[in-house]
Design a protein around this ligand. Sequence first.
Ligand code: FES
Length: 467
Amino acid sequence: MWVDGAPRVACVTPVARVRDRAVTTLEGLEPETAQAWGDSLCETGGSQCGFCTPGIIMRLEAQRSKNDGALSAADVDQAMLAHLCRCTGWQTIREAASLVVSGERRDPWRQRSREGAERRAAIEGGASQQVGAGVSLGRAGFADDTAPADALVAVRSHTGEWVVGETLSEARRRVGKVQGRRTTAPMSWPVDVPEGAWDRVLQTTWVEPAYLEPDASWCEPGGEPVSASSNGGAFGAKQHSEVLRVARTLADTHGRAVRVLYAREDVVRLGPKRPPMAIGLRSDGSGVVRVARTPGAAMLLASFAPQLDVQEVTVVGPPTSNDLRAACWAEVAVALASLGPVDEVRAPEGGWASAELNADGSVRVAVRAGEVLDETVLRSYCIGAAHMALGWVRNEAVSVDAEGEVHDLTMRSFGVLRAVDTPPIEIDVLDGFGPPVAASGAVFAAVAAATWRAAGFPDRWPLTRHG
Ligand code: FES
């Protein structure tokens, strides 16, 4: 939003600070300006879940006015320092900004079908997702958008009780919610490397999926709770979110509609993480994989890499899940790819990708996804997956103490790669034969493998943070 015309991040601006000042949201932009951003983002694939984009549009539009209509890629990257788009990996936002600046107006659907685009988005994201200009303008219909105005609001206390108030501020006041924090607590690698003489070792730690829209649901008494994944799948993290069950129970208890809202700290403390792992391989591809005990992990790994000995390990920490993007198999695919000369990966779901890091740091990916359906959406998901992989190998981690408490509780502390640090990512979509299959998981694994190779295969990820 703009406060007296200057861009500010609404999610960390207390209402008291804007008293007597003019606040402009996306709805206050000239309709043609908003439409130009919506169309351009749809044209380039610069928005997926759409949770981040209204704020990004306001920031970039303010910057464009300040620059007399100009907006270079470097301007966009600088402007994005205060923002986070977890889905798209920034590049398609840079491309959309350049389209807006060029003044070219095109129908983003002139050579595409909305049905194909939404099918591809659902295949890659694992949940239904709308695609269109309206999504980037904040009209995707997030879980909390449709709640009745007089619904009660429930927030969670640190000890796990749900506290209900007439309004969000009342509920928060009653629960004494404190702002999340960033910590200097050290990283830990909770799964020990298996005993043995290994030619390659990889140990991973806790990482936060860092989806933007915190879990939310609402329910009428006796009704069905609203899905927490209303536009996009949060990389698989919301599949078993408790907010639906809590909304239904509280609505029935209070005899009124109840909104149930996670704060960011709840997402980090309670949301599922990739199971931490430790892998030891011999050069012939045999070896041992140790994985934090997670439903389905051992079975998945036994079918993905039957030559490996899989051991489940009990670790203390936040919940882990196999539902997250390429969880478990990507780690093994990366370790196996490192024994050969090229980083190519076939995902269990059928998609294939290869990746290379060029000398200038840029990333080159080739991908096969069966019938493409919509190249813009496929490319957007592949760039997002490549960005996530770069961050995962290099920077991403949250610290978890010996009691299993997570200490990094703010978005900024997760180590997601910023736009200024994200190299150009080139996606080559190869001809697709056969039915459409998800390929962004394969891209994620292939780019992680190439990133690790370029760094010389150090034993622990992330490369830049140490215990
Ligand atoms: Fe940016 Fe989802 S589109 S966070």
